[in-house]
Design a protein around this ligand. Structure first.
Ligand code: ADP
Ligand code: NI
Length: 213
């Protein structure tokens, strides 16, 4: 198992070498560490958790010209080359397909614990100080305004509209980041989310104070 993880780590580092900072190897690494921490208090297949955490953003639609299937194919052929058992590959694929937020509409009816863990880890990395940094980084990358008092947050966005939105970065806190706390699956995830949530609330308070609202 150690060798498989080691090689997957190298593969993720390589595949994410040119990714933007919000989704780069360091993000995959943080999600991997968080997923391992969360898994300590759960009964889960650790190989599935670790592989999914390391590989979860390689298939992202944003980095494969909108084609998620292409990324999944890359992952499957990589794992098959490593001679990872087919049932494990299938579980990893299921986690990766379902981990992304995309407006929060994509949760399957039955959520395997491995998915619950990696989803919590990915969500935690979108919260707190790192979450704030990633949000403004993403907004800058897309040339979005920081904030525009005239543009109100849209709390009922469909997955499709969520993927196409161009609203200011502050709106993203209301449309996604502040909602993550209540979407945590595991008890460790819930506990870690509290502190990160509070930090974002404090940040927003200070932001609006400085803005003069
Ligand atoms: P996931 O981690 O579930 O794949 P995304 O790909 O939507 O989620 O987001 C990755 C990172 O980019 C997160 O930190 C998220 O907050 C940030 N991000 C995504 N969309 C926006 C946006 N419209 N404005 C600001 N930040 C965003
Ligand atoms: Ni991610």
């Amino acid at each position: 198992m150690y060798q498989i993880i080691q090689q997957t780590q190298d593969f993720a580092k390589q595949s994410l070498a040119h990714a933007e900072a919000g989704h780069d190897w360091h993000h995959a690494n943080r999600v991997w560490q968080l997923a391992k921490q969360i898994a300590q208090d759960e009964t889960a297949n650790l190989l599935v958790v670790e592989l999914s955490a390391l590989l979860h953003d390689i298939a992202d639609y944003k980095f494969n010209d909108g084609d998620e299937e292409l990324g999944l194919k890359k992952i499957k052929s990589f794992l098959t080359r490593l001679e990872v058992e087919e049932v494990i590959v299938q579980q990893v694929e299921l986690v990766i397909k379902n981990v992304s937020f995309k407006g929060g509409q994509s949760d399957p009816a039955v959520k395997p614990i491995e998915l619950a863990i990696v989803q919590d880890a990915d969500r935690l990395d979108a919260m707190g100080a790192i979450g704030i940094a990633r949000a403004f980084h993403f907004g800058g990358y897309k040339n979005r305004p920081l904030y525009d008092p005239k543009i109100k947050a849209d709390l009922s966005m469909s997955a499709n509209r969520y993927m196409k939105k161009t609203s200011p970065t502050i709106n993203h806190f209301y449309e996604k980041l502040l909602r993550l706390k209540d979407k945590m699956n595991t008890k460790t995830g819930k506990r870690l989310a509290k502190d990160r949530h509070r930090f974002m609330e404090d940040f927003l308070k200070q932001f609006f104070k400085e803005w003069g609202e």
